[in-house]
Ligand binder design. Structure first.
Ligand SMILES: [Ca+2]
Ligand SMILES: [Ca+2]
Ligand SMILES: [Ca+2]
Ligand SMILES: [Ca+2]
Length: 270
């Protein structure tokens, strides 16, 4: 996505540094730019939250990423640029829409569309998940939403994302859709040129994989834009095949960063 000069490009590392200990971070949509979007957020080992079930990444050369959220006509878009030393996707077939994304290189987006901030989004048989849940894209384009309220519901873009960014979400009536690219054409020139980029972010030798998600309001159990949502991102890192090696979240409870919504961040959408 071509970055508008109007989008405020600020690293939120100071906020992230306290994630999990102080109040979870809040992001707001800046409507002054060409695209209504949050600032870029940079997540590095030591500033994000490592899932306690995995070992921490070996520095930003092993794993780091940046993301921002933006509004579209019919929904909400999440754009993520991941930098990793080795890409592995041996557990998910490229065309799959129901696979163990957490055991490959993948990005997981977590949405609490009613802002309930439940300590366990998966309690009571998962009834709350009709307001979102977990949506994943794997580095090879596979998808997974079986821990959301909308199992096996990913719809692949017919045009391969070619209409991005305009009309990205409106090219399908899907609950959610997305695209994964590894050509670096979407972000690298813009992202790495930022003076606000944290020191050591995306060092030489890392491989960039770009992920774009689009969620309709219906994927959050809504008919229109909510005022705010609970939100988190987890990036899974597999470097040697088989199971995952690291999982680095934007924020959250290290013991259950995927289901403890009370420790999610907030995106203000109004
Ligand atoms: Ca890695
Ligand atoms: Ca990897
Ligand atoms: Ca794997
Ligand atoms: Ca592994």
């Amino acid at each position: 996505m071509k970055l508008s000069a109007g989008i405020s490009l600020l690293a939120l590392t100071a906020t992230i540094a306290f994630a999990g200990r102080n109040a979870p971070p809040t992001l707001r949509i800046d409507r002054k730019g060409d695209i209504p979007a949050t600032p870029w957020v940079f997540v590095m080992p030591g500033s994000g939250v490592v899932d306690a079930a995995t070992r921490p990444p070996d520095g930003p050369g092993d794993l780091c990423y940046a993301f921002f959220c933006s509004l579209e006509n019919e929904g909400f878009m999440v754009t993520v640029a991941v930098f990793d030393d080795a890409v592995s996707t041996d557990n998910c077939n490229a065309g799959s829409t129901s696979c163990p994304a957490w055991d490959d290189d993948a990005v997981e987006v977590f949405i609490d569309g009613e802002y309930a901030r439940l300590p366990d989004s998966r309690s009571d048989g998962g009834i709350h998940l009709k307001h979102g849940g977990e949506f994943s894209l794997v580095a090879n384009g596979a998808a997974m939403s079986d821990f959301s309220g909308y199992h096996n519901s990913f719809a692949r873009l017919q045009d391969g994302g070619g209409r991005r960014p305009e009309g990205f979400g409106t090219s399908t009536n899907a609950l959610w859709t997305g695209e994964v690219r590894r050509d670096g054409a979407m972000f690298r020139d813009h992202l790495l040129a930022l003076p606000e980029c944290p020191k050591g972010f995306a060092p030489d030798g890392t491989i960039e994989t770009d992920y774009m998600f689009h969620f309709s309001w219906a994927a959050m159990g809504r008919t229109n834009r909510p005022e705010r949502i609970g939100f988190n991102i987890g990036v899974q890192d597999d470097d040697d095949g088989h199971r995952r090696d690291h999982t680095l979240y934007w924020t959250g409870n290290p013991a259950r960063p995927f289901s403890d919504e009370s420790a999610f961040g907030t995106i203000v959408l109004d």
